[in-house]
Design a protein around this ligand. Structure first.
Ligand SMILES: *[C@@H]1O[C@H](CO)[C@@H](O)[C@H](O)[C@H]1NC(C)=O
Ligand SMILES: *[C@@H]1O[C@H](CO)[C@@H](O)[C@H](O)[C@H]1NC(C)=O
Length: 518
C-alpha cells in the first residue's frame, strides 16, 4: 500500500505500476472528489473507469463503485440509471443497505411502488426497524399503494350487506329518524292488505311499506329495490323511501349511490323535518368517512339548525367532535342530547368517554379519577347498557387496569352475546395484559364464529399473525378483511397491512431475511 502511495505521486497520472484494483480505487477516489465538488458528470466518468478497471472477483469493491455512481446519477435525477446501478451493487452485495435504500428512492421517483416497497422493506429489516428515514418511506409507499388498490377494487366490488347484528346496532343509534321506527297503525293495515298478494292493487303506498315489512323480517336484501319502486311511482312516501334507500346504500358501502338520494331529501322543503335532519346526519357522517371534516361539520350544524330538538343530531355530532379531537364541544353535544333525552344511556356513556379523553390528554390525575368515577356511576345507573361497559373497559385498558377491563368486557358479553366486536377487544386485551397469544386468538376466532363478516376480527387476527411470523396466514386474513371493508378508506388501510406482510414474504424469499417475531 505504501508503494502505491508513491506511485500516486510519481505516476504522472498514468498509475502504471498499480495493481488493477489499486487503479480502480484511485479512479473511485477521484470520483469522490468530483462528487464532493458537485461535479457529478465527471464523478460518473471516474466511477465508470473504476468499474471497468476493477477485477470482476472483487465483489465488494465493485459494488461500492456502482453504488457511488448511482449516488451521482441520483444528483442528476437520472432515476433509471440509479436503479440499474443499485441493482448491480445489490447483485454483488445482497445486504448492501445503502444501495437498497437508494434503489427504493429511485423506484419511488419512477412510480414503481411495488419495487420500492420491497426494497425499503428489506432495508427496514436489515436495520431492525431502527431508522426513521426508511420507516417513513415504507409507510408512505404503503399508504399510496393501499389507496391505489382500494380505489380500483372498491369500484368493482359486489355490494355487500353487513350482518343483521351490525344493521340493528346501526339503527339503534337513531331514535328520531322515522324510517327505523315501527309503522303506525293506519300504515300497517295497508301493509297487511299488501301482504295478501294484492301488491299491484295497492298503489299509493306499495314500495316503502313493503320495504318496512322486509326490514322487520330482517330481509334486508329487498329494501333497496322496494324503495326504488316507491320512488319511481312518486308515491306518498317518497321522502321516506329516498332516505331508506340511501341508508341501505350507505350500509352496503355505496356512498356515491347514497349521496343523490340524501341530497334530494335534504332539499325537500315540504318533507318532515325529522327526515331531512336524519339525511343531514347521514350525509355528514359520510363526509367524515371521506375525510371531509368541514363538509361534515356543516351538515351537522344545518341539522341542528332545522331540527334543534332532535337528540340524534347531538349524539352523532358529539361523536364527530371526538374524532376531530374537539372534546369540549363533544361534551356539550352529549349534554344537549342528555337534556333532550334524559334516559339515553349511550349519550351518558359517551360523555364519560369524552371527559376521560379530555382528562387523559391533559394528564391530570384528579380529573382522570373523576372521569373513571363517572363511568362507575353510568354503569350503576344503566346496568343494561353494553356500550357503557365497553367504553369503560377501553378507559381501564388505557389505565392499565387490565383485570377490571376484562370484567367489563365479560359484562358486555353477558348483555350482548352476539356482538363480535367485544370478543375482539377482549382478545386484544389478553395480548396486552398477559401476552397470551393463544387466548387472544381463541377469542378472535369466537368473534368470527359469531359474525363471519366481522372485518375487525380478520384484521386483528392478521396483525397478530404478522407478529408471530405467520405471514401467509396473515395475508389470508387481511384479504378476508379487504373483501368485507365498509368504506374505501378502510379498504386502503387494510391493503397497506396486507402489502406490508406480502413485501416481508418476498424479502424473506429473496434475501433470506426474517423480521423479528413475538
Ligand atoms: C353504487 O350504486 C350505483 C347505482 O346503483 C351503481 O351503478 C354502482 O356500480 C355502485 N357502486 C358500487 C361500488 O357498488
Ligand atoms: C358492539 O359493541 C360495541 C361496543 O363494544 C358497539 O360500539 C357496537 O355498536 C356493537 N356492535 C354491534 C354490531 O352490536
Amino acid at each position: 500500500q505504501v508503494g502505491m502511495k508513491r506511485a500516486d505521486i510519481e505516476g504522472n497520472g498514468q498509475l502504471k505500476c498499480k495493481s488493477p484494483l489499486g487503479r480502480a480505487q484511485a479512479a473511485k477516489n477521484k470520483g469522490n472528489k468530483y462528487f464532493k465538488a458537485g461535479k457529478y458528470e465527471l464523478a460518473i466518468q471516474c466511477y465508470t473507469e473504476a468499474i471497468s478497471l476493477c477485477p470482476p472477483e472483487k465483489n465488494l469493491d465493485l459494488s461500492t463503485f456502482y453504488q457511488n455512481r448511482a449516488a451521482a446519477y441520483e444528483q442528476l435525477q437520472k432515476w433509471t440509471e440509479v436503479a440499474q446501478d443499485c441493482t448491480k451493487a445489490v447483485e454483488l452485495n445482497p445486504k448492501y443497505v445503502k444501495a437498497l435504500f437508494r434503489r427504493a428512492k429511485a423506484h419511488e421517483k419512477l412510480d414503481n411502488k411495488k419495487e420500492c416497497l420491497e426494497d425499503v422493506t428489506a432495508v427496514c429489516i436489515l436495520e431492525a426497524f431502527q431508522n426513521q428515514q426508511s420507516m417513513l418511506l415504507a409507510d408512505k409507499v404503503l399508504k399510496l399503494l393501499g389507496k391505489e388498490k382500494a380505489k380500483e377494487k372498491y369500484k368493482n366490488r359486489e355490494p355487500l350487506m353487513p350482518s343483521p347484528q351490525f344493521i340493528k346496532s346501526y339503527f339503534s343509534s337513531f331514535t328520531d329518524d322515522i324510517i327505523s321506527q315501527p309503522l303506525l297503525k293506519g300504515e300497517k293495515s295497508d301493509e297487511d292488505k299488501d301482504k295478501e298478494g294484492e301488491a299491484s292493487e295497492v298503489k299509493e303506498n306499495s314500495g316503502y311499506l313493503r320495504a318496512k315489512q322486509y326490514m322487520e323480517e330482517e330481509n334486508y336484501d329487498k329494501i333497496i329495490s322496494e324503495s326504488t319502486k316507491e320512488i319511481e311511482a312518486k308515491g306518498k312516501y317518497m321522502a321516506e323511501a329516498l332516505l331508506l334507500r340511501a341508508t341501505f346504500y350507505l350500509l352496503i358501502g355505496n356512498a356515491s349511490a347514497a349521496k343523490p338520494d340524501l341530497d334530494q331529501v335534504i332539499s325537500m322543503e315540504d318533507a318532515n323535518v325529522k327526515l331531512r335532519a336524519n339525511a343531514l346526519i347521514k350525509r355528514g357522517s359520510m363526509y367524515m368517512q371521506q375525510q371531509q371534516p368541514a363538509m361534515s361539520t356543516q351538515d351537522f350544524n344545518m341539522a341542528a339548525g332545522i331540527d334543534p330538538q332532535n337528540a340524534d343530531v347531538y349524539h352523532h355530532r358529539g361523536q364527530l367532535k371526538i374524532l376531530l379531537d374537539q372534546i369540549e364541544e363533544a361534551v356539550e353535544d352529549f349534554d344537549e342530547c342528555i337534556r333532550l333525552r334524559p334516559n339515553s344511556a349511550l349519550a351518558q356513556a359517551q360523555k364519560c368517554f369524552a371527559l376521560y379523553r379530555q382528562a387523559y390528554t391533559g394528564s391530570n390525575a384528579l380529573t382522570v379519577q373523576a372521569a373513571m368515577k363517572g363511568f362507575e356511576d353510568v354503569i350503576k345507573k344503566f346496568p343494561k347498557c353494553a356500550e357503557g361497559y365497553a367504553l369503560y373497559a377501553q378507559a381501564l385498558t388505557d389505565q392499565q387496569q387490565f383485570g377490571k377491563a376484562d370484567e367489563m368486557y365479560d359484562k358486555c358479553i353477558d348483555l350482548e352475546p352476539d356482538n363480535a366486536t367485544t370478543y375482539v377487544h377482549k382478545g386484544l386485551l389478553q395480548l396486552q395484559w398477559k401476552q397470551d397469544l393463544d387466548k387472544g386468538l381463541e377469542l378472535i376466532s369466537k368473534a368470527i364464529e359469531i359474525d363471519n363478516k366481522c372485518d375487525f376480527a380478520y384484521e386483528t387476527m392478521g396483525t397478530i399473525e404478522v407478529q408471530r411470523g405467520n405471514l401467509d396466514k396473515a395475508i389470508e386474513m387481511f384479504n378476508k378483511a379487504i373483501n368485507l371493508a365498509k368504506s374505501e378508506m378502510e379498504m386502503a388501510h387494510l391493503y397497506s397491512l396486507c402489502d406490508a406482510a406480502y413485501a416481508q414474504t418476498e424479502v424473506a424469499k429473496k434475501y433470506g431475511l426474517k423480521p423479528p417475531t413475538l
